[in-house]
Write a protein that binds this ligand. Sequence first.
Ligand code: AMP
Length: 401
Amino acid sequence: MHILVINSGSSSLKYQLIDMAGDRVMASGLIERIGEDMGSITQKSNPDKWPDARSVEHRPIPDHKAAMGLMVEKLIGEEWGVIGSLTDIDAVGHRVVQGGESFSSPVLVDAAVVETIRANVPLAPLHAANLVGIEAALELFPGTPNVTVFDTEFHQTMPPKAFLYPVPMDLYEELRIRKYGFHGTSHKYVTREAAKFLGKPVDGIDLITAHLGNGCSMAAVKNGRCADTTMGLTPLAGLMMGTRSGDVDPALFPFIARHKKMSVTEVDALLNKQSGLLGVCGSSDMRDVHAAREKGNETAQLAFEMFAYRVKARIGAYLAVLGRADAVVFTAGIGENDAFVRAEACAGLEGLGIKLSPERNESREPGVRRISADDSPVAVLVVPTNEELEIAHATKALVEA
Ligand code: AMP
């Protein structure tokens, strides 16, 4: 079975074609600058065989439908193609950021599903492009099952005491203002992989999962289900991130607006795009932060400490939420690769049962690995995430059912 996984953003489209026999990526691509004067498409075919080979092409791409047409051209084209025709694609899986309260599992797309996703757009207007992508795919692949997998669905098991905000309840009833959480596909994937690694059933595992990438979120997972998470109504909440502030005193909004004479939109952009690591030390990329602090840059050192401190504080909070944990799981760009951040976030937590092994933490072995000491009551794991594969598996399961 060949499954095409699609992640459509406002001006971009990412895709992967996966051969489900062996979970092999046949091709992956990125189409950018959709709707601009000149767009681009980059595709890697057979990346396991030729990791460095890529095709890059530039041409105007007026809209998402054109982008998908271009994707299909590449996937079946002579030079870079990996399939013979469109009918070789058995199903399409779409990443959708906001499922609201309507979706707690993947669904097969029909007209009603499209309308429900449309009704949720006001909760995440920046991600209206997800819907555009689905509509374009429905036109392009008539008769092929399309499945949606939501970033929010894993977090739908949170209890009201965790997902409600202490504001007047009519705001929740009228506007559905609540914590939704994001990166759910990643938290779900690493939960299952961690359970497999530890030899426990998923529904019997308690974890603290930390997805630390450009965007960052953590989840408290009780019996394999999300009990709490750090992101909220929007991805701005929780941990410090590349360019997002994470949690701040909400009174900062009116304070900044008043004192800097900024509009709501400008303050929103300040906290989403100019804050986090970038705001503190001028770089949003953790590798650059390390390079700067190694040269003695004090604000880079501070940004690193602030970042790791917030992860540590959440580990403590989520241990309290869960009462116990089988493991703390690190994933995504920073979580998988950055031994400094992991060491700093876990430092001094021996009293809570978390003890890293410095050698294991620094080893760069690929795949799922334990980085805690043998006598650490709570395991600490690095689990590489794979959201596309999670979407492909969910799509396959639904199509087969
Ligand atoms: P992601 O959003 O998961 O792609 O993660 C992006 C973040 O991961 C950026 O802050 C990168 O600096 C960070 N990252 C990627 N590779 C490494 C690495 N080898 N060491 C430290 N950070 C890394």
